[in-house]
Design a protein around this ligand. Structure first.
Ligand SMILES: C[S@@+](CC[C@H](N)C(=O)[O-])C[C@H]1O[C@@H](n2cnc3c(N)ncnc32)[C@H](O)[C@@H]1O
Length: 193
């Protein structure tokens, strides 16, 4: 199954939507999104923001509402999610379909990859991080964590057993922790590369 088909199936079957969570999963809930926006707002102010893997647009809506960005461009691999987000487009907000590992990346200064890499295997994580680091001056990555080391994962709905640590083997990236939120047994951490 292609990556597009894999994530299309996740949404078609609503595999992340349980107990009233957003369709993109619990990490898109207000307890996690509030501190994320509060921390990032000063970094995004006046910038062209690129959001790779925007999902059900819950987080993007909060960015559009609460952040004084110059432009927002979102890319998402699942065509139906892109179509659903089209109603939010305007002269400063654009959405497009594409695989961030291979598609031409939209221009911008700040790149957000929020709770996407936790679902992708190590090779693809490295491919994506190397691409976005050469395309954007600021890369901000968010993932759920529940341990302190990397294991690999098959691309799809499941997340890594312990989380994603870009500063630890098999990766070796320098990171700055921006904000980590603990809520209801879940920990979601945001770092800057
Ligand atoms: C758990 S959701 C997170 C959505 C949103 N960023 C958030 O924080 O709520 C992960 C999203 O990444 C998308 N995705 C996964 N791999 C992708 C890729 N290579 N290119 C673009 N989007 C991708 C999935 O389709 C899914 O919508």
């Amino acid at each position: 199954m292609s990556l597009e088909d894999t994530f299309t199936d996740v949404y078609d079957q609503d595999r992340w939507k349980h107990q009233g969570n957003p369709r993109s999963g619990i990490g898109a809930g207000p307890a996690f999104v509030g501190p994320y926006i509060e921390t990032l707002a000063p970094l995004l102010r006046g910038k062209r923001v690129v959001d790779l893997g925007f999902g059900d647009f819950t987080v993007a809506k909060a960015i559009i509402r609460d952040v004084q960005f110059h432009a927002y461009t979102g890319m998402e691999i699942v065509p139906s999610m892109v179509e659903a987000a089209r109603r939010f487009e305007n002269d400063r907000v654009t959405v497009m379909q594409g695989n961030m590992a291979t598609a031409p990346l939209p221009p911008g200064e700040v790149c957000l990859i929020r709770q996407v890499l936790q679902h992708l295997n190590n090779d693809m994580v490295k491919q994506i991080i190397d691409r976005v680091r050469s395309a954007y001056s600021c890369v901000i990555v968010t993932d759920q964590i529940r341990g302190r080391r990397n294991t690999d994962v098959e691309c799809g709905m499941n997340i890594r057993k312990f989380g994603l640590f870009l500063e630890k083997p098999p990766f070796d990236y320098a990171i700055d922790e921006l904000v980590t939120v603990n809520h209801d047994r879940y920990t979601v951490s945001t770092v800057r590369l």
